[in-house]
Design a protein around this ligand. Structure first.
Ligand code: 5GP
Length: 228
């Protein structure tokens, strides 16, 4: 059975990961008739206007999130800008086993954990054209308070330092160009996988499991949230 393709898409908040992934989805559907499964994370953050529970995220209490951590239900989870975000393990394994293209929109520390658990995954770091443009995009989407925007910009400086840990780095200058390059990355990986299967061989890992670079300033692994 096909092992499926695991695609980790990371990069600073506001860089446009979701928009690029949506454009990738359209291109794969139109050109190859293939669907992607976009992993739905659990988060303790409040929904933004227009976000649908179970579609954009599963919005949960800190207590529910902590129970899921205790039950080892996450493939990875992290704290980001004061909220918890986690990738539920069961759907990842089910969709990977079904040979689907499984896509994760996650921040950098969670991406490192995923690469360690799934060394065969293809990982892509999306950069903004400039820090000024990232600020403009974060402010432009109008969903975050000025304090949250500043927090996310500060985190982005550390995140961009880790771009070289990823299999590919691409700049989201325009959504069309960035998604076209992401489409090329995906089709190349699918072709490589098909070749491996034809040869009857196990697909070799494209990269060794990355060394996890503990950033002292980040304080290490977040503990499970506790209900205050
Ligand atoms: P936002 O609050 O803007 O939706 O997301 C904040 C950050 O959390 C984004 O960089 C997003 O990619 C990341 N994120 C979303 N879901 C997950 C997850 O399940 N795990 C991790 N590690 N990061 C996530």
């Amino acid at each position: 059975m096909s092992k499926g393709l695991l695609l980790i898409v990371s990069g600073p908040s506001g860089v446009g990961k979701g928009t690029v992934i949506a454009a990738l989805r359209e291109k794969l559907r139109a050109r190859l008739g293939r669907e992607i499964y976009l992993s739905v994370s659990l988060t303790t953050r409040d929904p933004r206007p227009g976000e649908v529970d179970g579609v954009h995220y599963s919005f949960v209490t800190r207590e529910t999130f902590a129970k899921m951590v205790a039950a080892d239900g996450f493939a990875e989870y992290e704290e980001f800008a004061g909220n918890f975000y986690g990738t539920p393990r069961a759907p990842v394994l089910a969709h990977a086993a079904a040979g689907d293209i499984v896509v994760f929109d996650i921040e950098v520390k969670g991406a490192a954990r995923m690469r360690k658990s799934f060394p065969e995954a293809v990982s892509v770091f999306i950069t903004p054209p400039s820090p000024e443009e990232l600020r403009r995009r974060l402010l432009g989407r109008g969903t975050d308070t000025p304090a949250s925007v500043e927090k996310r910009l500060a985190i982005s400086v550390e995140e961009c330092k880790r771009a070289s840990e990823f299999t590919h780095v691409l700049c989201n200058d325009t959504v069309d160009d960035a998604s076209e390059r992401l489409y090329a990355i995906v089709t190349e990986a699918l072709a490589a996988e098909a070749e491996d299967e034809t040869a009857g061989a196990e697909a070799p890992a494209e990269e060794t499991a990355p060394e996890e670079t503990a950033c002292p300033a980040e304080g290490g692994r977040p503990s499970a949230p506790s209900e205050k």
